[in-house]
Design a protein around this ligand. Structure first.
Ligand SMILES: [Zn+2]
Length: 398
């Protein structure tokens, strides 16, 4: 049976600069160019043409779980990717330690409190008790964490308590009937957390005390059809960031916790390659995620994005090619360096391997991909295309 690899370079797509170059077209990528020559290209719209994807909705869709049926909100995905086991019906939020003064937020990240200090404060929050609901707060990295509400009559249609600005901490409100209890519990948690953190000894020496917890991205966790059952193949995920591991956990892939995969610009790509090759020995499919191109683009740093693409070409691609698997390389959305945000522009797509046809394209970049034999591909069609190349497509009818 043929094997498959999906490599997502986060935020890969870009717009031309004044010289007409994008980071991908300006980068020296001999390995991916060779794959382009031997494979087939296309342009990908991860969540439909012109739609601006979030990384969460896009990854779900690209992995064969269209977002309109399977998106559960960011909170549960972050929680799952942080190694937290969720139960059916749990409400999960992304959370931040923040600094509040006279009721107003003065720093949304509490001076980027370090993980060890945040851990001590998170322990104190175990004292928060609310009748009828189990409260679970876990800090993850630095100021970040996850809040889980477990209990009856909880729905996730509530506004968050993080205004993303330096203003008063807002009250959570039910956005739909049935979510009133969740909003009430979140407001009670916010108040009790402030009381406890405000008195915490750990905060007394901090210039920016971590004296509040702000929550956002509410979602309800529900089990979905596991990946192996849905596609008849086994899958493993190699990623640094919690969100991507969370998406893979959510759909029932094996998430490999690779110590060297940091999800930052200095992530160890050779280690990722080594683990991907190893994972392919006992899995049919491996999903590899590289966050750095998107991080550079959010910083509007063209050179940084170009260099990281060159590193992927040099340090990651050769090992993947050697496995002989069918390989798909693309992004989860465009993040043009000139804009610094996700956009709805199509993303370059490269498919290579025995299961794919070959077109006339010779380089891997945005313009070459416009001439690719795959044409314009919607995100929900990508995984079936790969599964078919792996000779695992299910026949429709007889
Ligand atoms: Zn992304």
């Amino acid at each position: 049976m043929e094997k498959g690899i999906l490599l997502i370079m986060d935020g890969l797509g870009d717009l031309p600069d004044r010289k007409g170059e994008t980071p991908l077209s300006a980068a020296k990528t001999p390995n991916m160019d060779k794959m382009a020559k031997e494979g087939i290209l296309g342009m990908l719209s991860p969540i439909g043409k012109g739609n601006v994807p979030g990384s969460d909705t896009s990854h779900l869709t690209l992995l064969g779980y269209p977002y309109w049926d399977f998106y559960c909100g960011r909170g549960p995905l972050e929680a799952l990717g942080s190694g937290i086991k969720l139960k059916e019906g749990d409400i999960a939020f992304r959370a931040n330690f923040a600094t509040v003064k006279d009721g107003k937020i003065v720093d949304r990240r509490a001076g980027r409190i370090d993980t060890a200090d945040a851990h001590k404060l998170a322990k104190l929050l175990k004292k928060v008790k609310i009748v009828g609901v189990e409260i679970i707060f876990v800090n993850t990295v630095e100021h970040r964490g996850v809040l889980i509400l477990r209990g009856k009559e909880l729905e996730a249609h509530v506004s968050g308590t993080d205004p993303h600005a330096l203003e008063r901490v807002p009250q959570s409100k039910a956005l739909k009937k049935g979510s009133e209890k969740t909003a009430r519990v979140l407001n009670e948690f916010t108040k009790k957390a402030m009381d406890i953190l405000g008195k915490a000894r750990e905060n007394s020496k901090r210039e920016l005390p971590a004296n509040a917890v702000l929550c956002r991205g509410a979602g309800t966790y529900r089990k979905v059809e596991p990946f192996a059952k849905r596609f008849g193949i086994t899958g493993a995920c190699i990623a640094g960031g919690a969100l991507y591991k969370g998406v893979a956990e959510y759909i029932g892939m094996d998430v490999l916790y690779v110590k060297e995969a940091t999800g930052t610009k200095d992530t160890n790509l050779k280690a990722k390659a080594k683990h991907a090759v190893a994972a392919l020995k006992n899995h049919d499919f491996v999903f590899v995620h590289v966050k750095a191109p998107d991080s550079c683009a959010h910083d509007k740093d063209f050179e940084c994005k170009k260099k990281v693409i060159e590193r992927v070409d040099k340090e990651l691609i050769p090992a993947l090619v050697k496995t002989g698997a069918n390989i798909v390389i693309t992004g989860d959305h465009s993040t043009p360096c000139s804009i610094g945000e996700h956009t709805g522009h199509e993303v370059p797509l490269l498919c290579w391997g025995e299961g794919f046809r070959v077109d006339f394209c010779k380089r891997f970049n945005e313009v070459a991909c416009m001439y690719g034999g795959l044409g314009h591909v919607d995100g929900w069609d990508l995984f079936p295309i790969l599964v078919n190349a792996m000779e695992r497509g299910k026949k429709v009818g007889t």
